[in-house]
Design a protein. Structure first.
Lengths: 661, 150
């Protein structure tokens, strides 16, 4: 019964979304305030209905209602509760419903918190938001209905065991929040094009939403990478796999958008470009959904999917993206060009950031889609692997990273490069020292790697320098520094933290890629081996029983120069439903580096294949991502953003005041 | 600097970056891509030893042999031709005889494939799309029981 109600609520949500799409837009054309005002209650109603549908589906999962097809195909009574819940979005149908739920959530947030937006803009934004909802709800109801009934089954087929993991339970919601959060920027962009005007207030509204989406994307991607690292047992953290790229491209575009929206907010420049970026960022999100869910790409992460749905999603893509771009081509020339600035200026630096980020994003896109296009054209099947991305994306990021510390130091309108270089002297020195230390400490590995470390230290020290200069850390007394630090807008602290996070992640990436040690060997119970300064004694393998799996658990006693460090227990599991083996790596965290042990198959002579990794500083990759997200959160909590956009007249004044700051 | 000149500066910058990107992409796509081949194609095209490619098909039944060491030998077949493969390391969890597999590596002089990676898939019933397509092309696709875990 609840399932039918959920289904019904979903159809009602579709109807509500249709109303929300048509009436306010008509109201804007007819200048009818009452029609425009329909948007808010409609957005809230749509959220309630979708939420009800989602909870109904969750109820079916929690109570293991195996007369529902998706529950039967993806759940099992013996599964722990948290994975029954996570199972809701661990499959195609449920994850699409989650997608629409988050979309409705964001739409309702605009309706609730957007009371100070100009009425026409708000009506248009909500109408566009509803248009996205309509297409996706149509898709769910017609092609991917999670509420379909089947003859009741006694037991479900279970969730793919590698998805039964805490990190992966929350990875999709975060990633989707990031994808869908960009829909707000998209809706605002389209609304601005319909209106034919944008201003600083517009950018001021778009930036926090983009920032929120960006935080979710950053955390979502980091969590996915972390999951792949420890769950898949390959010792790697990023594979340039199409599905990973699909989430990485929106991140790059969103990062670019954050920076260009800044220029638009402070200086009213780059309007046309920012609008285009907003459209592109969400288009890439849609494409990400499409790539992951359609099965057109060969990917290690692609879970069994149905290509027929791909056609439907492709249509959605063409309608939404094509429509927005056509509108852009038609209306963008009408937008007034904004403020002037010299090439060497904060704006100039942000333009460089945008050029490099979008070009980098394009190279990733080409590498991801090239196999598809080539196969469609010639029938040849190829794969584009990490070497391609390292060769194209890497070099493009180098100038961006090298220029990063300069940006926040440069003044708006016209900057003084020599002066900034002088103020960054300390950072340059720190980088040089790091280079020398890296060479002195590590004698093996690629000769370029210490330069990578130096680059990362340059970014970190540059961020610290900039912060120190702002609070006059060295020039003033402690209480004055404290006062200045408190007086600094939170978004400034946020910038420092986010840039610092990039540096930390880069240290982790360089160290792990260059200095990872790996060894595969056969070990018999009682054997011990030396590896990266540790001694691992293999005690043997014993069977164990988990809630819904059986496992073979190995025991390794780890010592370092005679003193015990830890015991590691990598395992091989065999899940009951579906009957599928998984490998559970065991990881010892030594400061920021990982000793990583994987148990392989048993050999004929009773010994086991064992794979050992030592990943130096690998933790920094994810710590850096968390620091970036914290920086974003700090910036998001900035009072100026929280207050939202002032009224239009005041907005223009405020922008003017800021620009003369 | 006039508006025009400023615009020119950014235009030149963008053109430089894009050109650099295009050159890098052209270079990388020529040198780093890896072709996917079925055993039949390997035989028909007489692929030269030392060329990197991905070999995809089914793990031939009864072909898996494990020595005392770490090297595993098996054969990849598309039921037309069969190629013997050796691989040193840990096979993916879902590696099984009769299942789809993709191995990446090179042929040695004797037509034996030396793999340096064997692709894992996350899903038990998953068939690498390339393998499925190749099997369909060879007319060996068995649909029953395969398409059903969506």
């Amino acid at each position: 019964m609840i399932v039918e109600l959920g289904h019904f609520a979903l159809v009602l949500a579709l109807a509500t979304a249709l109303v929300q799409m048509l009436l306010p837009a008509w109201g804007v054309q007819a200048r009818d305030r009452q029609l425009m005002a329909v948007a808010e209650p409609a957005a809230l109603a749509q959220l309630s209905l979708v939420l009800f549908a989602f909870l109904a589906l969750m109820h079916a999962y929690v109570t293991s209602d195996f007369s529902v097809e998706t529950v039967w195909a993806n759940s099992h009574t013996a599964k722990p509760l948290v994975y029954k819940i996570a199972g809701v979005w661990g499959n195609h149908e449920g994850s699409m419903l989650l997608w629409v739920l988050i979309l409705a959530l964001f739409g309702a947030a605009v309706a609730l918190f957007g009371t100070n937006l100009p009425a026409r803009l708000r009506a248009n934004v909500l109408a566009v938001q509803a248009a996205i909802a309509v297409t996706f709800l149509l898709f769910i109801v017609l092609a991917s209905n999670p509420f379909l009934r089947i003859p009741p089954q006694s037991e479900g087929r279970g969730l793919n065991p590698i998805l039964q993991d805490p990190a992966l339970a929350f990875h999709p919601p975060l990633l989707y929040a990031g994808y869908v959060g960009l829909s707000i920027a998209f809706s605002f962009a389209v609304a601005a094009l319909i209106e034919g005007r944008t201003d600083a207030a517009w950018a001021r509204w778009v930036r926090p939403w983009t920032l929120a989406a960006w935080i979710c994307l950053t955390l979502g991607i980091a969590m996915g990478s972390w999951w792949a690292y420890y769950e898949l047992g390959w010792g790697g953290w990023w594979f340039w796999d199409p599905v990973e790229n699909a989430s990485f491209m929106p991140w790059l575009a969103a990062t670019a958008l954050l920076h260009s929206a800044l220029v638009m907010e402070k200086r009213e420049a780059l309007k046309v470009w920012t609008i285009l970026l907003a459209i592109l960022a969400f288009s890439l999100s849609l494409m990400g959904t499409f790539l992951v869910r359609s099965g057109v790409l060969t990917s290690v992460h692609a879970f069994a999917v149905d290509p027929r749905r791909g056609i439907f999603i492709l249509t959605i893509l063409v309608v939404l993206i094509g429509g927005a771009l056509a509108l852009y081509a038609w209306r963008a020339p009408r937008l007034q060009p904004g403020g002037l600035f010299a090439p060497i200026s904060r704006e100039g630096a942000l333009v460089l950031n945008n050029v490099l980020l979008t070009t980098g994003c394009a190279t990733v896109g080409v590498g991801t889609l090239y196999p598809l296009v080539l196969e469609a054209l010639t029938g040849a099947k190829i794969s584009v692997g990490p070497p391609y991305f390292n060769l194209t994306f890497g070099p493009l990021m180098l100038p961006l990273l090298a220029a990063m510390p300069f940006g926040p130091f440069l003044a708006w309108k016209r900057g003084d490069l020599a002066g900034v270089a002088q103020r960054l002297l300390a950072a340059a020195l720190a980088a040089l020292v790091a280079l020398v230390i890296a060479y002195a400490l590590v004698w093996r590995g690629p000769w370029l790697a210490p330069f990578g470390i130096a680059l990362a230290v340059w970014i970190i020290a540059g961020a610290v320098c900039e912060w120190a200069a702002r609070v006059q850390l060295l020039a003033a007394g402690a209480d004055r520094v404290w006062r200045r630090a408190r007086g600094l807008p939170r978004s400034a602290h946020g910038t420092t933290l986010a840039h610092l996070g990039i540096g930390l992640t880069l240290v982790g990436i360089v160290a792990t890629s260059a200095w990872q040690s790996e060894r595969v060997l056969a070990m018999r119970a009682g054997d011990s081996t030396e590896f990266s300064g540790y001694t691992l004694a293999f005690r043997g393998v014993a069977p164990a029983q988990g809630p819904n799996y059986q496992e073979q658990v190995a025991l390794f006693a780890v010592t370092r120069s005679g003193s015990p460090v830890t015991e590691l227990s990598p395992a091989k599991r065999l899940y009951d439903a579906p009957r599928q083996p998984t490998t559970e790596a065991a990881i010892h965290v030594a400061f920021l580096s990982d000793l990583y042990v994987v148990l392989g198959d048993e050999l004929k002579d009773g010994s086991f294949v064992v794979r050992l990794y030592f990943n130096p500083l690998v933790r920094l990759i994810w710590i850096g991502a968390v620091v970036m997200a914290l920086g974003g959160a700090l910036s998001l909590s900035d009072r100026r953003l929280r207050v939202g956009a002032p009224r239009r007249a005041r907005g223009a004044q405020a922008a003017h005041a800021l620009s003369t700051e | 600097m006039t508006r025009k000149q400023r615009r020119a500066v950014f235009l030149v910058l963008s053109v430089c970056v894009v050109t650099l990107a295009l050159l890098l992409m052209a270079f990388a796509l020529r040198d780093t891509i890896v072709f996917f081949r079925t055993p039949r194609e390997v035989v028909e095209m007489a692929i030269a030893p030392g060329t990197r490619f991905r070999l995809g098909g089914l793990v031939a039944e009864g072909s898996l042999r494990r020595g005392a060491g770490l090297t595993v030998a098996f054969a990849i077949t598309d039921r037309v031709n069969t190629i013997s493969v050796s691989y040193t390391g840990i096979l993916p969890d879902l590696f099984r005889e009769g299942q789809g597999v993709v191995a990446e590596g090179k042929l040695d002089g004797a037509g034996h494939f030396i793999a340096d990676s064997v692709l894992a898939k996350h899903d038990e019933n998953y068939m690498p799309a390339e393998v499925a397509k190749a099997l369909k092309a060879e007319g060996l696709w068995k649909d029953a029981g395969k398409s059903e875990k969506r």
